[in-house]
Design a protein around this ligand. Structure first.
Ligand SMILES: [Ca+2]
Ligand SMILES: [Ca+2]
Length: 132
């Protein structure tokens, strides 16, 4: 399945931010997940037993420099990695600005883990990825 397609499905389910996580499992980088790759992704998430672990895993994907805050630039870079074909840089920037406006509660222009949890939603990441 094309990751972009999958992401659209997830977006319909209300969350555009899990797609980039799946792209990690796209080993040959053709922007498609084979059934096997998808299975591996699900298996990996299945091993993250607590919701906390799942959030942390997702958070680390976006926090590329590992400083504990997802900056606007990191958000844009990670989303761009996946959705660069679907969105222009200007549109991506709008998504990032909108996201920060909505979820950056402490005003540091980045998302910490707590803010990121709000972004992903209160339920666990695995169920979102599985579209359950
Ligand atoms: Ca960071
Ligand atoms: Ca913040």
């Amino acid at each position: 399945m094309e990751i972009a397609q999958f992401t659209q499905m997830v977006e319909l389910g209300g969350n555009p931010f899990v797609g980039p996580i799946l792209s990690l499992f796209d080993k040959d980088k053709d922007n498609k997940l084979t059934a096997q790759e998808f299975g591996e992704a699900m298996e990996h998430f299945g091993k993250l037993t607590s919701v906390e672990e799942q959030f942390r895993f997702a958070f680390n994907i976006y926090d590329t420099d590992g400083d504990g805050v997802i900056s606007g630039a990191e958000l844009q870079a990670t989303l761009g990695m996946l959705m660069g074909r679907a969105y222009t840089p200007a549109q991506l920037e709008q998504v990032v600005l909108h996201t920060l406006r909505e979820f950056d509660r402490d005003g540091d222009n980045g998302l910490n883990l707590e803010e990121f949890k709000q972004l992903l939603g209160a339920s666990d990441v695995q169920s979102k990825l599985a579209l359950a």
